[in-house]
Ligand binder design. Structure first.
Ligand code: GLN
Length: 447
């Protein structure tokens, strides 16, 4: 009730939610009570949660921020939603996002931009901006997000909340609307590392319906929260503290490192020499996968269909012209181009080779350290409208997040301070494969 009232009062300003449905929420709350009465309550039973509008959820509109899916009510639950339901979490609503998760500012949503609760002139970050803004404004205690190239960590950083992108394959992609399948990964957003650990415990797990889901024993991500940091080796990538990083963000990250040293951590300088190449490699691979994933939106089976058309081809063309926004069309064109005969080797294959080099950089780095620290984004949140006419400027703001996805590694953002203009700045912690518990340990000790 409390959260629903806050949403009713503040969402018209923030635009963090696309759908809210009081009756559905209250029905789920009763189901949670029944679990409790049956003695089947878990640590999160009855806790309200906001879901990014990318996870298919039975009976809820699952729009993915697009006009294309504005009329789509999902007939089934994503694996993540099933797990949340089984744990007794109560859905508060469905959060706004960049269309098909393409964006770094949440300005690409069919439902309009989300506002940053710290400063209504600022972007909340994207693409999980609705989830981050909802948690920051206390419209929800926890939320789900997805991260293909930074979409959990970057809005978490800009909204002053905590968010994790797990190791690729830890959270099932079944029922999560696909953007770039080899990069997409769901994860939690919350105020604290501890809450993220508890939600990740719910979200993670093997699922045979996702062929890239990893069959591993269930782990408790909160198990190391209180471990001391003495002797921890922190790697600082030379390339992350170079040209392009704003003085504001550099200052906050330096302060965080000093704090962690006081807690007993040691610092080693490392190198991730192919960092610069992550932007061109990502912006070839992600659009390539997107162009194939989005070919399913043809107006035939579900989603938007043009009202008038001459024949089948005309129907496809009008449907897609009307249903997709400008950034999605740009990605489909880039993706189709880089996969086309004669260009495949020069772009797509080249990008895949760079991807391997980036993964190898991390492999070498993790021989010298336990976690890698750095900024999440080059600057604190910029203003709404500031970069929306310049896609390349927008893509450049992903420099510190993309390589984690290309390598399949886990990464997280923890609130670390503020820029001179009062906007929040996060610290990025990058772990080795399956190093979630270690990252959460560092984050919890820091917080
Ligand atoms: N900004 C990146 C993009 O637009 C990442 C988005 C994401 O992680 N979903 O593709």
């Amino acid at each position: 009730g409390l959260y629903l009232d806050r949403i009713a009062a503040l969402n018209p300003t923030l635009n963090a939610f696309i759908s809210v449905d009081r009756d559905k929420t209250l029905a789920e709350a009763r189901a949670a009570d029944a679990l409790r009465a049956a003695g089947q309550a878990g640590p999160l039973t009855g806790v309200p949660i906001a879901h990014k509008d990318i996870f298919c959820q039975q009976g809820w509109k699952t729009s993915c921020g697009s006009k294309m899916l504005d009329n789509f009510v999902s007939p089934y639950d994503a694996h993540v939603i099933e797990q949340c339901r089984a744990a007794g979490l109560v859905t508060l609503g469905r959060t706004n996002m960049d269309e098909f998760a393409m964006g770094s500012s949440n300005e690409n949503s069919f439902y309009g931009p989300v506002k940053n609760p710290w400063d209504l002139a600022a972007i909340p970050g994207g693409s999980s901006g609705g989830s981050a803004a909802a948690v920051a404004a206390r419209l929800a205690p926890i939320a789900t997000g997805t991260d293909t190239g930074g979409s959990i960590r970057q809005p978490a950083s800009h909204c002053g909340v905590t968010g994790i992108k797990p190791t690729y394959g830890v959270v099932s992609r079944y029922g999560m609307v696909a953007y770039a399948s080899s990069l997409d990964q769901g994860g939690p957003l919350a105020q604290t590392a501890e809450d993220c650990a508890l939600l990740l415990n719910v979200m993670a797990g093997f699922d045979q319906r996702d062929s890239t889901s990893l069959e591993r024993a269930k782990e408790d991500y909160s198990r190391d929260l209180n471990a001391p940091l003495s002797g921890l080796k922190i790697g600082l990538p030379r390339e992350y503290f170079a040209e392009g990083l704003s003085a504001d963000v550099a200052g906050v990250v330096d302060g965080a490192i000093a704090e962690l040293k006081k807690l007993g951590a040691e610092v080693v300088e490392i190198s991730l020499p192919n960092t610069q190449l992550s932007i061109p490699a990502y912006y070839v691979i992600a659009p390539a996968e997107a162009s194939t994933n989005l070919s399913r939106y043809d107006g035939v089976r579900y989603g938007h269909r043009a009202a008038e058309y001459k024949d089948l081809v005309d129907m496809y063309e009008k449907t897609r012209a009307e249903g997709f926004g400008a950034e999605v069309k740009r990605r489909i064109m880039v993706g189709t181009y880089v996969l086309s005969h004669g260009y495949y080797d020069a772009y797509y294959l080249k990008a895949q080779k760079i991807r391997r080099l980036i993964a190898n950089d991390f492999k070498a780095a993790f021989e010298q350290c336990d976690v890698i620290l750095g900024p999440v984004a080059p600057t604190a949140a910029f203003n709404i409208g500031e970069k929306s006419d310049d896609p390349v400027q927008m893509y450049l703001s992903d420099i510190y997040t993309l390589s984690v996805n290309l390598a399949g590694l886990p990464g997280m953002s923890v609130p670390a301070g503020f820029a001179a203009n009062g906007r929040p700045v996060g610290l990025q912690i990058i772990g080795n494969y399956f190093g979630e518990a270690k990252m959460l340990n560092v984050a919890h000790q820091f917080q």
